[in-house]
Design a protein. Structure first.
Length: 106
């Protein structure tokens, strides 16, 4: 899956079946369903889930909670626009979960 395919899926009523939980949360956020996105993100117990969770709390306006989750994700508080950060996270997760080609090992 590419970022463009992920964005195109937003025209559908349901997310694609092959999404990771983190991408599933971002899909619902982009559809305007912050509560569903948060419900999914809060149950993901890894750095990627913490990053999505941080973004959602920043978007909500809860800076202290967002800072906590950025810290859990090993990231600095984002100063990007919400759209830019959504895209940054989406690109990173798509690359991780849908690698186009195996990485060459040196």
């Amino acid at each position: 899956m590419t970022l463009q395919e992920f964005k195109s899926s937003l025209s559908q009523d349901k997310p694609p079946d092959n999404l990771s939980e983190t991408l599933y949360a971002l899909w619902y956020d982009a559809k305007g369903n912050w509560n569903k996105a948060h419900q999914v993100a809060q149950d993901i117990n890894d750095a990627d889930g913490a990053w999505v969770h941080a973004y959602l709390h920043r978007k909500e306006g809860d800076k202290s909670n967002a800072q906590y989750w950025y810290s859990r994700a090993g990231r600095k508080f984002s100063n990007l626009t919400f759209e830019e950060e959504w895209q940054e996270i989406s690109e990173a997760l798509i690359e991780k979960h849908f690698p186009a080609f195996p990485k060459k090992r040196n």
